[in-house]
Write a protein that binds this ligand. Structure first.
Ligand code: ATP
Length: 322
């Protein structure tokens, strides 16, 4: 193997840059040439290949987002689009690929591997932590820290005005951001897509909760089946008009920002191991970290299953909240 490519795809996540840096520097250490593909699969189709050197990844470990840019590519969903991508990979004599992204990116990698012999390994770059095969995905730790910091601020106002706040956090299909950040802020309740949200039960909990507690924070994952924070708050407000109820949608602040120390270290380990995995002949696997050790999960498994909510955390949440 003489030349490898690296790209980021799907939603950006803090730590992607640390991962890119690790891929580039590990490749150079092993005398591999390394190119970056800008804008993910879209750039692979548009032939946006750029040479990367040790210096081109200097001073990026602390930066959120991705210096290689990212995109969601409709063209790559078509055979014609993927054929064009394969042509460009061949033209640039790419012999190994490191893809950094979420489950959609992995699905794309699986489709690509059916049309092209170049080995691909993937790094879990998503704030959602919804992939099996790693304890934490790249960006998750930073995202939950961002939520915790924001909700702490909201708590000051909630406490001062005796308010009930519904705070909506990211997580279209998974409540993992909601769960950990909710525990971290001492939320009174956490509503997630994985658990059935019963408005009657929520109202009962709010009524029977500690009366002495002047502020109440309910964390709502955006994908909760009962609707978003606004819809749920509206229903609760009708039934509990005495509560001074407010809604905050945290939105995109959760994706950005400087990666936490944990994300920087994990991303570096994952990027480093991705290159060494390619050199060892591994292909179509996701590199993760389980119980502190590097793990290799076949992409088919990584995309098929999502992480379940930890039952120990759920039990603790019930006891500690309200
Ligand atoms: P995030 O978790 O942050 O959303 P992601 O990697 O899951 O990241 P997606 O937009 O789902 O983000 O996927 C990234 C890109 O992967 C898509 O824009 C598309 O180009 C490609 N892709 C996704 N699914 C497939 C598929 N089944 N076949 C081919 N390409 C795919």
């Amino acid at each position: 193997m003489k030349k490898i490519a690296v790209f980021t795809s799907g939603g950006d996540s803090p730590g992607m840059n640390a991962c890119i840096r690790a891929v580039v520097r590990t490749a150079i250490y092993h005398n591999l040439e390394v190119v970056g593909i800008m804008h993910g699969y879209e750039g692979m189709i548009r032939n946006e290949f750029i040479p990367l050197g040790s210096k081109s990844v200097a001073n990026i470990i602390q930066r959120g987002g991705t210096v290689l840019k990212t995109a969601r590519s409709k063209k790559f969903l078509t055979i014609e689009g993927r054929q064009k991508a394969v042509e460009n990979l061949t033209k640039h004599e790419i012999e190994g690929i490191v893809a950094i992204g979420g489950d959609g990116t992995f699905r794309g990698a699986l489709e690509l591997s059916k049309m092209c012999a170049v080995p691909i390994v993937c790094c879990p770059g998503t704030i959602d932590n919804d992939l099996v095969g790693t304890d934490f995905t790249i960006g998750y730790d930073t995202a939950i820290n961002t939520v915790v910091e924001a909700v702490d601020k909201i708590r000051d106002t909630a406490e001062s005005h005796d308010r009930l706040f519904f705070v909506e956090v990211m997580g279209r299909d998974a409540g993992l951001i909601a769960l950990r950040s909710g525990i971290g802020v001492g939320a009174e309740c956490i509503l997630m897509p994985e658990t059935k949200t019963d408005i009657e039960d929520l109202i009962k909990r709010l009524e029977s909760g500690r009366k002495s507690k002047s502020s109440k924070i309910i964390i709502v994952a955006e994908g909760d089946e009962a609707g978003g924070a606004f819809k749920i708050a509206e229903q609760v407000k009708k039934r509990l008009p005495d509560y001074d109820t407010r809604v905050t949608i945290l939105g995109h602040i959760q994706r950005g920002g400087n990666p936490s120390a944990m994300d920087r270290v994990n991303s570096s380990r994952i990027g480093f191991s991705a290159v060494e995995a390619l050199m060892a002949g591994k292909r179509t696997v996701m590199i993760g970290i389980i119980n502190k050790a590097i793990s290799y999960t076949p992409l088919e498994n990584a995309v098929k299953h999502t992480q379940n909510l930890d039952p120990d955390l759920m039990r603790m949440l019930d006891i500690l909240s309200l």
